[in-house]
Design a protein around this ligand. Structure first.
Ligand code: PEP
Ligand code: CO
Length: 491
């Protein structure tokens, strides 16, 4: 709390106290569906939690480690998850990519990594406009699968979708748990994480090199008898934007700790975040989030005033707990130098110890000139990341995590999506139509995700050694120019 603030006791919080405030981005269901809406919420209230309070406590302590610079945070997944992605192959591909990229960070950067999937419930989307024009016709915008469908005949909000969202989250989480329990994340088998899908020779070589060094180290550990069971298991936490407060309230449950204190947990995911459009300090989302014990994210865009950031932290983190809040900055490459220093200094003037995480995606979206594609350029993403590292370092602070929209989706020939241009595959705007599959924001392909993971590992190494490392394959990542003489890659 800042000295200037005169702390008056906040009004009592309940899972429904947000209802007395304005909820931005709320959904208007047709009146004739009022009964169905009530039934859906009642059903959700009676269904079991999707995650347990002890899992949420475990993530709290891991994020405290991140805030104390003892681990790095990798948070990534789809912009808008579809119910259709709830299948064996798609879940394995997502988990593989999260494991692959975190291995690069862990082994390349010599740091433990906390992995949070943007998924297993990332169904609700905030939209800038309630309607959109498709084929000359004005239709309701797609608000995410837990509200309406993408098909033009599915745009009317349907409360049944809230219950469907619960079951699709449950099935996804269940399969992730099954994979992890059966040794999918075993560090002894990183080659089984679909490495064959990396369609870039240099990247594949760099990754192979990491795997070889890892195998060597594991062999050595075995010889000296130091190997512990933790190498077989990895935690993968799930997360989503806590946008639909009716849904979040229905999954909010209370539990007593060993001292008999009652705490409220959102049991739909261990980690939830507040979007840039719903962080109004007087609004319903801030009211709801202040009362749950889950670690929470706060998106910080250019319009967030540094003083307001401090007031938000005072509300969301009244006990100054390291890692209670993760600040997910999303300024864009052109604004990061203008906005980030003020936010870092504002935090430094307080006793709050949030995790500083860079969402290098959401400030860098543009319309491709080649057609109706929303895209991003890897040069912008990587530049925003590099600038963020430098700004933090110059202020005696540290960037502690990255937030990515990414997908492990590959076709039967191993080709990734083509939604973002640039990167080591040197995707151009002309490549976008070949595998442009997103229904919301463009996502990094497998190779682009690994590009960013290698860049991150490089910077973590430089930070640790005080040096200026830079690997050859990444030197051109911040440039918009394709490297001369390189052959066109893949499709
Ligand atoms: C998102 O994360 O997909 C999103 C909508 O972000 P923001 O709230 O930062 O705009
Ligand atoms: Co998005």
């Amino acid at each position: 709390m800042t000295d200037a603030a005169t702390p008056s006791a906040p009004p009592p919080w309940t899972p429904s106290s947000w209802r007395s405030k304005d909820a931005a981005q709320s959904v208007d269901y047709p009146h004739e569906l009022d009964g169905k809406f009530k039934d859906a919420l009642n059903k959700l209230k009676h269904l079991p939690p999707l995650v347990s309070s002890s899992e949420i406590e475990r993530l709290r302590s891991q994020l405290a480690d991140v805030a104390n610079n003892k681990a790095f945070l990798l948070h990534g997944g789809d912009c808008a998850e579809l119910f259709e992605y709830c299948n064996e192959r798609a879940i394995e591909q997502r988990i593989s990519l999260l494991l692959l990229s975190s291995l690069v960070i862990v082994f390349g950067g010599r740091t433990p990594c906390v992995r949070i999937l943007r998924g297993a419930g990332q169904y609700a989307k905030p939209r800038s406009k309630p309607t959109e024009i498709i084929d000359g016709k004005e239709v309701l915008s797609f608000r995410g699968e837990n509200v309406n469908g993408i098909g033009l005949d599915e745009r009317v909000p349907d409360p049944d979708r809230l219950v469907q969202a619960y079951f699709h989250s449950a099935a996804t989480i269940n399969y992730i748990r099954a994979l992890l329990d059966s040794g999918f994340a075993d560090l002894h088998n990183p080659r089984s994480w679909k490495l064959s899908h990396v369609h870039n020779d240099e990247l594949a070589k760099a990754f192979d090199n990491i795997v070889e060094r890892l195998e060597d180290s594991l062999d050595f550990l075995k010889v000296v008898g130091g190997e512990s069971g933790t190498l077989q298991k990895a935690d993968i936490w799930t997360s989503h934007e806590g946008l639909m407060l009716d849904f979040e309230e229905a999954l909010t449950r209370s539990y007593k700790d060993s001292d008999g204190n009652v705490h409220w947990y959102n049991t739909s995911a261990p980690f939830l975040w507040i979007g840039d459009r719903t962080r109004d300090i007087q609004g319903a989302h801030i009211e709801y989030f202040r009362g749950i014990r889950n670690p929470i994210g706060l998106k910080c865009g250019p319009s967030l005033d540094p003083d307001e950031l401090v007031r938000l932290l005072d509300i969301l983190d009244p006990d100054f707990e390291p890692g209670r809040v993760t600040l997910i900055s999303r300024y864009g490459n052109h604004k990061v130098e203008e906005c980030l220093p003020g936010h870092i200094k504002a935090v430094q003037s307080t006793r709050h110890r949030p995790v500083f995480c860079a969402d290098i995606m959401h400030g860098n979206t543009f319309q491709a000139s080649s057609g109706p594609y929303k895209t991003r350029h890897m040069a912008d993403l990587c530049s925003e990341l590099v600038k963020s590292w430098r700004i933090h370092r110059s202020l005696g602070s540290k960037l502690q995590g990255i937030h990515l929209e990414m997908t492990g989706d590959v076709d039967e020939n191993g080709y990734s999506v083509t939604e973002i241009v640039g990167g080591s595959m040197e995707r151009s705007e002309e490549d976008l139509p070949s595998r442009y599959l997103t229904f919301c924001d463009p996502r990094c392909s497998v190779e682009q995700t690994l590009d960013i993971a290698f860049l991150t590992a490089d910077y973590l190494t430089a930070e640790r050694t005080g040096g200026k490392k830079g690997s050859a394959i990444l030197s051109h990542l911040t440039s918009r120019e394709p490297s001369r003489g390189r052959e066109a890659n893949g499709k």
